[in-house]
Write a protein that binds this ligand. Structure first.
Ligand code: DAH
Length: 378
């Protein structure tokens, strides 16, 4: 489904986002040609896909189950992913020099506007508007590595609850009890453990892990008691409560047994037709097409960041790239120049790629890496 039509170079028409609602009937301009914009066309094309709202989609099924558990919470499923840096970082006490603010990690439309890197970006507004018990679910955007469990667009659910008690221990108990109940609702009777964690917007902060199907401990969510300054920023200095955030893809991969995060974006009927609304059924693997590996070595520049390379590769190969891995690094003893060798795995979910196609992709990756990153191939 193509929601976007190019208007002129570097500009796309995407669904207009009113303050609260993203509806595909309304249109808004995103200016991809802004000098500070690092959002690519392939990323912009994901805005409005809203996989958590697509009938029969595993993310929708999971989302439904979460909503079912939090039946007395208000739900915001359709807030615009275009947020300010204020909403996404400042008001949440994320320090000015925090790495998550860097353009190597976050998609900027301009210096004050980002594609939200987490659904926490909505906490303040909703609290300020008087909501006290709510879920926010939506797409979030992060420049990230390429492998089977990372994709630059994924979905999160945020939960916030204000309590009448201002006693931190009581709030924390309510939080832990509630989230343990959520995990049992989703996964049945699993072993769980709590670890302390750190988030600037909560104090104390915790993470919850589960031991699922005798494989390993898996982190399922981050949470904590909302920091008083965050509540003060929302003009509710008298309030107290808890918040959590979880990644839907991560949980859906475990619950449904989906082995590769790209499958969630696939329109291949062998994937899409497997699921029925409101039922968690194990994913039936269909034949995997062969992967093809290509290596590329180059001398780095000072400002080289691997996320820029990830993006070049994604822009050329789209969902045909499965992973990108650093396989070798060395610094020349005399010149002190550093060289990296990356291995790219190309694999389509939908058919076998021909050698010719992969060679052409690799050639374009090499050219674009030089052109966009200024590195020197070896
Ligand atoms: N925003 C965090 C992330 O994306 C997740 C999170 C952690 C949300 C703790 C919360 C929270 O609301 O209290 O990694």
């Amino acid at each position: 489904m193509m929601l976007f039509r190019p208007q002129f170079l570097g500009r796309r028409i995407v669904p207009r986002i009113s303050k609260r609602l993203l509806s595909s009937k309304q249109l808004i301009d995103i200016d991809l040609s802004h000098p500070d914009c690092n959002v690519t066309e392939s990323i912009a094309s994901k805005i409005g896909r809203n996989l958590h709202l697509v009938d029969h989609h595993p993310l929708h099924i999971l989302h439904h189950q979460i909503r079912e558990y939090f039946h007395d919470f208000e739900c915001f499923d359709n807030l615009s992913p275009i947020c300010t840096t204020n909403q996404s970082f400042d008001l949440l006490r994320i320090p000015p020099d925090h790495v998550s603010r860097s353009p190597s990690d976050t998609y900027y439309l301009n210096p004050e506007t980002v594609l939200r890197p987490h659904t926490s970006a909505h906490q303040i507004d909703l609290l300020q508007q008087g909501h006290s018990q709510f879920l926010v679910t939506g797409d979030v955007y992060r420049r990230d590595e390429i492998d089977r469990s990372h994709y630059p667009v994924f979905h999160q659910t945020e939960g916030v609850k204000l309590l009448s008690s201002t006693n931190t221990a009581e709030i924390r108990d309510d939080l832990q009890h509630t989230l343990e109940g959520l995990v049992r609702h989703l996964f049945g009777d699993v072993q769980m453990r709590w670890n302390t964690d750190y988030f600037p917007f909560t104090d104390p902060s915790l993470e919850l892990e589960i031991y699922y199907q005798d494989t390993a401990w898996l982190e399922v969510l981050g949470c904590g008691v909302i920091h008083p300054e965050v509540l003060a920023n929302a003009q509710r200095p008298e309030a107290a409560g808890w918040a959590f955030g979880l990644g839907l893809e991560r949980l859906a991969m475990i619950l449904f047994g989906v082995p590769d995060i790209r499958l969630f974006w696939s329109t291949d009927p062998r994937f899409a037709d497997q699921f029925r609304n409101y039922e968690v059924t194990p994913f039936q693997a269909f034949s995997k097409y062969p992967a093809c590996f290509k290596d590329m070595s180059f001398w780095l520049t000072d400002k080289f960041h691997v996320n820029d390379l990830n993006e070049v590769v994604r822009d050329v190969a789209g969902d045909w790239v499965e992973s990108l891995q650093l396989v070798d690094a060395f610094t020349h003893p005399r010149t002190q120049r550093t060289s990296h060798c990356y291995r790219i795995a190309y694999r389509s979910m939908e058919r076998s790629l021909t050698n010719l196609e992969v060679d052409a992709l690799q050639e374009r990756v090499r050219e674009d890496t030089v052109r966009r990153l200024g590195v020197e191939l070896r």
